[in-house]
Write a protein that binds this ligand. Structure first.
Ligand SMILES: [Zn+2]
Length: 141
Protein backbone atom coordinates (compact mmCIF):
# COMPACT_ATOMS: atom_id res chain seq x y z
CA UNK A 1 0.00 0.00 0.00
CA UNK A 2 2.70 2.49 1.00
CA UNK A 3 4.72 1.78 -2.17
CA UNK A 4 1.60 2.30 -4.29
CA UNK A 5 0.89 5.66 -2.60
CA UNK A 6 4.50 6.78 -3.15
CA UNK A 7 4.37 5.69 -6.84
CA UNK A 8 1.13 7.61 -7.19
CA UNK A 9 2.65 10.76 -5.62
CA UNK A 10 5.61 10.58 -8.06
CA UNK A 11 3.40 10.12 -11.10
CA UNK A 12 0.49 12.39 -10.10
CA UNK A 13 -0.47 15.75 -11.50
CA UNK A 14 2.19 18.31 -10.67
CA UNK A 15 4.36 15.28 -9.73
CA UNK A 16 7.23 15.25 -7.34
CA UNK A 17 9.57 13.07 -9.37
CA UNK A 18 13.01 12.58 -7.82
CA UNK A 19 11.87 13.99 -4.49
CA UNK A 20 11.55 12.02 -1.29
CA UNK A 21 8.00 11.16 -0.34
CA UNK A 22 7.16 10.24 3.21
CA UNK A 23 3.83 8.74 4.12
CA UNK A 24 2.30 9.65 7.48
CA UNK A 25 -0.64 7.49 8.53
CA UNK A 26 -3.31 9.45 10.36
CA UNK A 27 -6.13 7.95 12.38
CA UNK A 28 -9.41 9.45 11.16
CA UNK A 29 -10.95 9.30 14.66
CA UNK A 30 -13.51 12.13 14.97
CA UNK A 31 -12.14 13.99 11.92
CA UNK A 32 -15.49 14.14 10.12
CA UNK A 33 -17.44 14.67 13.35
CA UNK A 34 -15.80 17.82 14.75
CA UNK A 35 -15.88 21.29 13.18
CA UNK A 36 -12.55 22.13 11.51
CA UNK A 37 -13.07 25.83 12.30
CA UNK A 38 -13.83 25.76 16.04
CA UNK A 39 -13.45 22.11 17.13
CA UNK A 40 -17.03 21.77 18.43
CA UNK A 41 -18.95 18.57 17.74
CA UNK A 42 -21.18 19.00 14.68
CA UNK A 43 -24.60 17.49 14.09
CA UNK A 44 -26.25 16.06 11.00
CA UNK A 45 -28.13 18.76 9.09
CA UNK A 46 -31.88 18.25 8.81
CA UNK A 47 -32.80 18.44 5.13
CA UNK A 48 -35.88 17.91 2.95
CA UNK A 49 -39.29 19.44 2.58
CA UNK A 50 -41.80 19.93 5.37
CA UNK A 51 -43.12 16.54 6.45
CA UNK A 52 -40.38 14.66 4.57
CA UNK A 53 -37.38 15.87 6.53
CA UNK A 54 -34.48 13.61 7.44
CA UNK A 55 -30.96 13.79 8.82
CA UNK A 56 -28.37 14.30 6.07
CA UNK A 57 -25.64 11.68 5.82
CA UNK A 58 -23.33 14.16 4.05
CA UNK A 59 -23.88 17.60 5.57
CA UNK A 60 -22.88 18.57 9.12
CA UNK A 61 -23.93 21.73 10.97
CA UNK A 62 -21.92 23.52 13.65
CA UNK A 63 -24.07 25.33 16.24
CA UNK A 64 -21.10 27.36 17.54
CA UNK A 65 -20.04 28.65 14.10
CA UNK A 66 -23.70 29.22 13.17
CA UNK A 67 -24.25 31.50 16.15
CA UNK A 68 -21.03 33.43 15.38
CA UNK A 69 -22.18 33.77 11.77
CA UNK A 70 -25.56 35.07 12.93
CA UNK A 71 -23.84 37.54 15.31
CA UNK A 72 -21.79 38.89 12.38
CA UNK A 73 -24.96 39.22 10.26
CA UNK A 74 -26.74 41.04 13.11
CA UNK A 75 -23.79 43.38 13.67
CA UNK A 76 -23.63 44.12 9.95
CA UNK A 77 -27.38 44.91 9.93
CA UNK A 78 -26.99 47.11 13.06
CA UNK A 79 -24.29 49.14 11.26
CA UNK A 80 -26.69 49.58 8.37
CA UNK A 81 -24.47 47.64 5.99
CA UNK A 82 -26.26 45.80 3.22
CA UNK A 83 -26.86 42.09 3.69
CA UNK A 84 -25.46 39.71 1.14
CA UNK A 85 -28.11 38.91 -1.45
CA UNK A 86 -29.95 35.67 -0.68
CA UNK A 87 -31.85 33.38 -2.98
CA UNK A 88 -34.67 33.15 -0.47
CA UNK A 89 -35.65 34.65 2.88
CA UNK A 90 -34.86 31.49 4.89
CA UNK A 91 -31.24 31.42 3.69
CA UNK A 92 -30.24 34.00 6.32
CA UNK A 93 -31.36 31.62 9.08
CA UNK A 94 -29.52 28.57 7.76
CA UNK A 95 -26.81 27.15 10.01
CA UNK A 96 -23.17 27.02 9.02
CA UNK A 97 -22.78 23.70 7.23
CA UNK A 98 -19.98 21.67 5.74
CA UNK A 99 -19.68 18.36 3.89
CA UNK A 100 -18.38 15.70 6.27
CA UNK A 101 -15.57 14.65 3.87
CA UNK A 102 -14.39 18.26 3.49
CA UNK A 103 -14.47 18.63 7.27
CA UNK A 104 -12.50 15.37 7.63
CA UNK A 105 -9.90 16.51 5.10
CA UNK A 106 -9.33 19.83 6.88
CA UNK A 107 -9.07 18.09 10.26
CA UNK A 108 -6.57 15.54 8.86
CA UNK A 109 -4.52 18.45 7.47
CA UNK A 110 -4.72 20.08 10.93
CA UNK A 111 -3.43 16.85 12.53
CA UNK A 112 -0.66 16.71 9.92
CA UNK A 113 0.41 20.28 10.65
CA UNK A 114 0.43 19.55 14.39
CA UNK A 115 2.59 16.48 13.70
CA UNK A 116 5.03 18.49 11.54
CA UNK A 117 5.40 21.09 14.29
CA UNK A 118 5.91 18.31 16.87
CA UNK A 119 2.70 19.28 18.68
CA UNK A 120 0.33 16.67 20.11
CA UNK A 121 -2.78 15.67 18.19
CA UNK A 122 -5.50 18.27 18.91
CA UNK A 123 -7.53 17.42 22.02
CA UNK A 124 -10.92 17.37 20.31
CA UNK A 125 -9.62 14.89 17.71
CA UNK A 126 -8.05 12.56 20.27
CA UNK A 127 -9.43 9.28 21.58
CA UNK A 128 -11.05 9.24 25.07
CA UNK A 129 -7.99 7.60 26.68
CA UNK A 130 -5.70 10.33 25.32
CA UNK A 131 -8.18 13.01 26.42
CA UNK A 132 -8.11 11.48 29.92
CA UNK A 133 -4.29 11.80 29.96
CA UNK A 134 -4.60 15.47 28.88
CA UNK A 135 -6.98 16.08 31.81
CA UNK A 136 -4.71 14.19 34.26
CA UNK A 137 -1.78 16.38 33.16
CA UNK A 138 -3.94 19.48 33.71
CA UNK A 139 -3.58 20.56 30.07
CA UNK A 140 -7.38 20.95 29.83
CA UNK A 141 -10.05 21.42 32.45
ZN1 LIG B 1 -17.62 25.32 14.37
Amino acid sequence: MEAAVIRSAHAGAGGCDAQDVHIVWVSEYHTSKHCFRCGAETTALIVGREGRQHRSTRLRACAQCSSKLQERRNARAARGQPQQPRKDATAAMRPWTVDRDVQGAFNIAYIGLAWLMKHPRPYHLSTPDVQERWRALGWVS
